[in-house]
Design a protein around this ligand. Structure first.
Ligand code: F6R
Length: 631
């Protein structure tokens, strides 16, 4: 008989507290197979993926090679896919990715490596695909296929519409996939339109398949693949037909699975206050009624009879949850002086407070707490904004060219620097650069400066004094690549030092649950560690940590500890502040997806939250910014 969980999940899942733990286990399993096969004088054949998901796995394999002598001499690999057309040395090609992330650091023989040929002429693609399939067969088939999953549900580049019987072939990339790659290529227009990918049937022939997914961005599609119908609309759902496939997930990628999201539907629950709040908010949304109007029958009909039995009748539960949510609302994010604070999210004293906003990138601060920032300043608090990374990787060349030309003009007109000034140098470098080549230090410098000035001007609008802004330019970002970042000890030291210098009563930062290799998630982890490691009897004892959600997402209404309403004027001011980050404007204005500009996303998010509070039966506000208490 199937367990309660298995009635929902049609592919075995394993949920880990972190991607690192999952990768360590999987790498150990791969190492076992490699050693066993070496003992039998045979080869181990792996199907490999690229993207941010497997980066930690590859790092662990490299560690096993360096520190534990694991040899890859008997390993044969087949990569899932490659963009088309793309040169192998392009900064975003999967050939280059695999060399940098794995092959250059282990002893795998060159002729054991197979990656679809992205630079091949279009007329030769068909033949090359057939040869790729043949090479897999000749190698004896794939022992273990590693997969990530795209937000379209693709495995490899098998976009929606790919058939169960598809084989290695040229495909057109889905719009969503190209948007996801937009950051890497600095603009959607630069993302190749095609790719060569193994087919669904090719993948399903592997003897074992492991799909990994990290971060909240994957939660919805993971649920569809694991719990939904098998369908061409989500090619990962075909894995339900495989006899030896499994999903390795971190907590946030697993968050939408029924066992996590609606645990009361899967079995008996421990009804903590947080869980009953979640269930009641869900029920209110489900039946389309405010919290105070929910009745016993509705609890029973929606699988919440257990809660009713333990804590009912419904009205008692309703009132308790309603009050909890009501107490999250405050117009005094720094605490209201001389007021009873027993039901307020923040303490009344001390007043004023020292506030540190630790902003992972130069526009996080205004996008996620522009309104709150402005309130904190107006209510007399000492607000410091610390920009953790320079954000220079998110500036398109076009923007850098504009400022470099301006600078070159100034240099020429003042005779200051002339031909050797930064503006001229950057202009020359941009003109000479090959597509996909990484930024030079000078280009990165000018891009950092652009973001700095934008941040200064946005803070001016929110009222934060210029002397209270700091730019840390953390090394993990300066030395890393987008979506493939790793923090080091120096990063932590710098965050620690800045907190020691400010000694804040409140810290605001990203509560990010996204991909562990993203800059926002790394910053979130650094801030948490710096706070955890600060002496417990010092300033940190009186410091509250307030987390905004980040990644264009918002906290669910039941997760919020502080909701700061914004008046229409405050919302306009916030939008104006976000608008200062002109370098972040999208490269293709006026396309059909209207909500893609940062200010539009922020406005929509804050308005949607106000509406959600209204629907629960609370007051009707224009917009709300939301925070969860981290400590
Ligand atoms: C990569 C591949 C893709 C990715 C997927 C997730 O070779 O085939 O299916 O696994 O797009 O990408 P990331 O890991 O960057 O989120």
């Amino acid at each position: 008989m199937k367990s309660e969980k298995e009635q929902f999940e049609k592919i075995p899942t394993r949920i880990y507290p972190s991607a690192d733990q999952a990768c360590a286990e999987l790498a150990a399993e791969m190492a076992d197979l490699i050693r066993r096969r070496a003992g039998e004088n045979r080869r181990a054949v792996f199907g490999l993926a690229t993207g941010s998901t497997p980066v930690r796995l590859y790092r662990e394999l490299i560690r096993l090679h360096r520190e534990e002598g694991l040899s890859f001499a008997n390993v044969v690999t087949f990569n899932l896919d490659e963009y088309h057309p793309i040169e192998p040395d392009h900064s975003q090609s999967y050939h280059r990715f695999m060399r940098e992330q794995l092959f250059d650091h282990i002893d795998i023989p060159d002729d054991h490596i197979h990656i679809p040929p992205g630079a091949i002429e279009r007329t030769k693609v068909f033949q090359a695909c057939a040869a790729y399939e043949e090479a897999i067969r000749e190698a004896g088939g794939i022992d273990l296929q590693i997969l990530g999953i795209g937000r379209t549900g693709h495995i490899g580049f098998n976009e929606p519409g790919s058939g169960r019987d598809s084989r290695t072939r040229l495909v057109t990339l889905d719009r969503l996939t190209r948007q996801d790659a937009e950051k890497d290529f600095l603009g959607e227009a630069n993302v190749p339109r095609y790719a060569i990918t193994m087919g669904v049937a090719t993948i399903l022939e592997a003897r074992a398949v492991v799909l990994m997914a990290w971060g909240e961005g994957k939660a919805a599609i993971v649920r569809r693949a694991v719990e939904g119908e098998i369908s061409e609309a989500v090619s990962a759902s075909f894995l339900q037909e495989h006899r030896n496939a499994r999903f390795l997930l971190d907590d946030s990628a697993a968050a939408d699975l029924t066992q996590r999201k609606l645990p009361w539907r899967v079995g008996p629950c421990d009804w903590t206050p947080a869980l009953s709040r979640r269930a009641v908010v869900w029920l209110s949304d489900r039946v389309g009624k405010p919290v105070l109007k929910l009745v016993d029958e509705e609890y029973n009909e929606h699988g919440m009879g257990e809660l009713l039995t333990e804590e009912g009748p419904a009205y008692n539960i309703n009132i308790r949850v309603f009050n909890q949510i009501q107490h999250t609302i405050t117009g005094w994010p720094g605490g209201k002086p001389n007021a009873d604070d027993s039901h307020r999210p923040e303490r009344a004293t001390p007043h004023p407070k020292r506030v540190a906003v630790l902003s992972p990138e130069p526009h996080d601060d205004v996008c996620f707490l522009g309104g709150t920032l402005n309130r904190l300043v107006r209510q007399g608090h000492e607000v410091h904004v610390v920009y953790l990374t320079s954000g220079n990787l998110a500036v398109a060349d076009e923007e850098a060219r504009k400022y470099a030309a301006f600078l070159a003009d100034v240099e020429a007109s003042t005779g200051d620097g002339g031909a050797s000034g930064l503006g001229r140098i950057v202009l020359d470098q941009l003109a000479a650069r090959r597509p996909g080549a990484p930024d030079t230090p000078e280009i990165r410098r000018i891009k950092s400066l652009i973001r700095r000035e934008e941040a200064r001007s946005a803070c001016r609008i929110c009222g934060v004094p210029e002397g209270q802004l700091r730019f840390l330019d953390l090394p993990f970002y300066e030395n890393g690549r987008l979506r493939q970042f790793f923090a080091g000890p120096e990063d932590l030291d710098r965050v620690r030092e800045v907190l020691e210098a400010i000694r804040p009563h409140q810290v605001y930062t990203a509560g990010d649950l996204s991909d562990p290799a993203s800059s926002r998630r790394i910053c979130a982890d650094l801030v948490r560690r710096a706070l955890d490691e600060s002496p417990a009897d010092g300033w940190v004892r009186d410091c509250y940590l307030w987390l905004y959600r980040g990644s264009d997402q918002e906290w669910a209404t039941d997760e919020i500890d502080m909701a700061v309403p914004l008046s229409p004027d405050e919302l306009s001011l916030k939008i104006l502040a976000i608008y200062q980050h002109q370098s972040q404007k999208r490269q293709l204005p006026g396309r059909e997806d209207r909500l893609r500009e940062a200010w539009q996303q922020a406005e929509a998010r804050n308005r949607a939250l106000a509406l959600a509070y209204d629907r629960l039966g609370l007051a009707e506000y224009e917009a709300i910014e939301a925070f969860r208490r981290g400590r």
